[in-house]
Ligand binder design. Structure first.
Ligand SMILES: [Zn+2]
Length: 179
């Protein structure tokens, strides 16, 4: 297993539309293992393959929700191969999202609060389930990556430009710190 570098905005590679995964094989499972290691190290709760430079329809999620409030995070790794959204609710909820490809920036995004999704896991089993709450938000955010879409694209132009400006400023500060 290895930690892979995460591609950050405004890198055009994040705008590529990912191709369907052809086969769930050992090569794919090695990539999945690397993606979990990269995501836990970052740390984050979701990562799409395109964020580590592999434009295929694969993403991993681990909400690491504690069993009780204030408790220890519990690992719950989930793999989504070729995920599809079959249905979504008309009602939407706001959630303050962040992204490993837009580091240290957060903004409120509106998304459907319930979806029905179909996907395969890392063994090739197919699932179809209704999903709600944080998992629904996270899955929609990660699936956007597969279509070259970032969460900041859901914001007004003004807000998006503000986030990108803050990101550039943050990068400059990081570079100064490192110098
Ligand atoms: Zn993201």
């Amino acid at each position: 297993m290895a930690i892979r570098p995460i591609i950050e905005a405004p890198d055009p590679r994040l705008r590529v539309v990912s191709e369907p995964v052809a086969a769930v094989d050992d090569e794919l499972r090695a990539l999945i293992a690397d993606m979990f290691e990269t995501m836990y190290d970052a740390p984050g709760i979701g990562l799409a393959a395109v964020q580590v430079g592999v434009p295929i329809r694969l993403l991993v999620i681990d909400l690491q929700e504690p069993e009780e409030e204030g408790g220890e995070p519990v690992r719950d790794p989930r793999v989504f191969v070729n995920p599809e959204i079959l249905w979504h609710s008309d009602s939407e909820v706001p959630y303050t999202e962040g992204c490993l490809s837009v580091p240290e920036q957060y903004a409120e995004v509106m998304r459907p609060d319930r979806i029905r999704a179909r996907w395969q896991d890392g063994k090739g089993n197919t699932y179809e389930e209704d999903i709600e709450g944080l998992l629904a938000v996270c899955l929609q955010h990660e699936m956007d990556h597969l279509n070259g879409v970032l969460f900041i694209d859901h914001l007004s132009r003004l807000k998006r430009d503000m986030v990108l400006k803050k990101l550039a400023k943050w990068r400059k500060e990081q570079a100064l710190k490192a110098a």
